[in-house]
Design a binder for this molecule. Structure first.
Ligand SMILES: Cc1cc2nc3c(=O)[nH]c(=O)nc-3n(C[C@H](O)[C@H](O)[C@H](O)COP(=O)(O)OP(=O)(O)OC[C@H]3O[C@@H](n4cnc5c(N)ncnc54)[C@H](O)[C@@H]3O)c2cc1C
Length: 493
């Protein structure tokens, strides 16, 4: 393998990195050549979109990483029906900018617009409307999947339901998506009506989600997780949002213009966004983040703070893009995001207990975000009829081991409550944990698809080897990924 292809591939959370041979094909033919090269050299291949997963989902130590970001053309667009065909490297940013002036918006977007179609499908991402419209896969009409053999199959829900439910959310282990056709959402204004609401603890947060679920189109919660009064665990703020009805916006052609959606170039009209993470870095510690969380909570107590307001789709959806490269403020150790999905009857208790346990460990989540979800029928699914909470923790050389231990203890709480986890965010799960939360029939079906699509086991990643290898699986755990199909996992350079 050529040495000049060797690159350091780093988790978005900056919590791990590894060396791999990186290829960035711009066409389907070039992509097929990389699969041929992998066959010839006996290498394994991991797929990468924009590299926005927090952990090791697109890393592949000493093997090949196939970066799809240059395959980024819009292939077809029907502005009457809102149906679009895209290559895998097209980002959410390019998608919304392409369609919004025709009065459409992507049906599902994550908290950052940098992710690609391949990554959104590979992880079956969810948005702040997950409980209402389901995950990204629910809006896919069909997709093309290139198998490691170089053959391409067109997949839709009716023709091959199992492969549809497996490849979407299949974290790049069944084939490479080379084209996707999506249904987008009609909008009648570039603005959303946003309703902020203060909540005093997790119980109130869950009640507030339930009360607003029918009337709202988007819902998201933020919680201050620093120690305070025992009854205030989970105090925070909710943001609900609704689309405007036809006729409500007197100037839709204006509000739908891309330039009127853009996030501001400066923060507070003064500081260039690009340098803000450097200014924020001195505050990324327990004292600074406690101050910021407290100030954010108390800002809601100011007169008029809870009033509804209008906000652009992009500003509401991509709050985390306001400060580019904010994750660099967590250098050198980076961060992890611990996101768990808990059935609704246990969610408030489990989330409060996770925060209490963090305090006992002397570790404080710097950011906590909650969402409401619905179960779905994808084979590798993170969704439950309940809630998720994503907790950001800083990683340092001295806290790493203890932080991982904290996560493993929180995993047990989630598993006991019948909850799940999300591979896009994971960096800490133990081998075999997915077998304890995924239904056995899903694992068997996924395994059968792996045999069918990738019998030689060419597609792999650090995450796949870490979590699905049979070694280290709990005794008596779910059968799932059988050892036979995992022989290739140990195949080395
Ligand atoms: C700031 C921030 C906010 C986020 N907010 C959310 C959120 O609100 N909701 C949410 O669900 N997620 C969220 N995420 C996670 C993110 O949406 C996912 O990790 C997503 O998969 C990243 O897309 P990507 O293009 O960067 O893919 P990568 O991270 O590069 O890859 C993700 C997975 O997709 C696979 N893959 C990539 N391309 C292909 C392809 N062509 N065919 C098949 N498989 C492929 C990869 O092998 C990998 O397993 C957030 C991430 C960040 C950094």
């Amino acid at each position: 393998m050529p040495h000049d292809r060797l690159e350091r591939v780093q988790a978005w959370g900056l919590n791990s990195a590894s060396m791999a041979h990186v290829y960035r094909p711009s066409t389907v033919e070039r992509l097929r050549e990389v699969f041929e090269l992998a066959h010839r050299t006996g290498r394994q291949v991991a797929l990468r979109g924009a590299g926005r997963s927090y952990g090791d989902a697109f890393q592949n130590s000493e093997q090949i990483v196939l970066d799809l970001s240059r395959m980024n053309r819009v292939l077809d667009w029907d502005p009457e029906e809102g149906i679009i065909a895209l290559e895998p490297g097209v980002t959410i940013e390019r998608l919304w900018q392409y369609i919004i002036e025709d009065s459409w918006w992507p049906s599902v977007v994550p908290g950052t617009m940098s992710t690609t179609m391949g990554g959104c499908l590979g992880m079956n991402i969810h948005g702040k409307n997950a409980w209402k419209v389901g995950p990204f896969g629910n809006h896919v009409l069909d997709f093309d999947l290139m198998l490691p053999s170089g053959d391409t199959v067109r997949v839709d829900r009716e023709g091959d339901p199992q492969l549809f439910r497996g490849a979407i959310g299949g974290f790049g282990m069944l084939g490479c998506i080379t084209r996707v056709r999506l249904r987008t959402k009609r909008v009648h204004s570039g603005l959303l009506r946003v309703f902020p609401q203060r909540v005093r603890n997790f119980d109130e947060m869950v009640d507030s989600f339930e009360e607003n679920a029918d009337a709202m189109d988007y819902m998201v919660g933020w919680a201050d997780c620093f120690p305070g009064r025992p009854r205030s665990i989970g105090r925070g703020e909710m943001h609900f949002a609704q689309y405007l009805e036809p006729g409500e916006d007197p100037f839709p052609a204006q509000t739908l213009r891309v330039e009127n959606q853009q996030l501001p170039d400066t923060i507070m009209g003064l500081l260039p966004k690009a340098i803000v993470w450097k200014l924020a870095a001195p505050f990324v510690n327990n004292i600074g983040m406690r101050l910021i969380n407290t100030a954010k909570y108390h800002a809601q107590l100011k007169p008029g703070a809870g009033k509804p307001y209008l906000q652009s789709h992009a500003a509401f959806a991509f709050l985390l893009d306001y400060v580019p490269n904010w994750h660099h403020a967590y250098k050198p150790g980076g961060l992890i995001q611990y996101q768990s999905f808990v059935p609704k009857e246990y969610a408030a208790d489990v989330f409060a207990e996770q925060v209490r346990l963090s305090h006992r460990f002397g570790m404080y989540p710097y950011l906590a975000v909650t969402k409401k979800h619905l179960p779905d029928d994808y084979l590798i699914t993170h969704a439950v009829d309940g809630y998720s909470m994503a907790l950001d923790y800083p990683v340092t050389r001295s806290n790493r081991k203890r932080l991982w231990k904290l996560c493993h203890e929180m995993d047990e709480m989630v598993l006991a409550a019948g909850g799940r986890f999300y591979l896009a965010k994971d960096a800490t799960m133990l081998p075999g944990t997915p077998r304890r939360y995924l239904p056995e029939e899903n694992l068997r079906a996924f395994e059968a698809l792996k045999q069918r699509c990738d019998p030689g086991g060419m597609l792999s990643s650090n995450l796949y080897r870490r979590l699905f290898a049979s070694r280290g699986a709990p005794e008596g755990g779910r059968a799932g990924m059988k050892a036979a199909s995992l022989q290739h996992v140990g195949r080395s350079a």
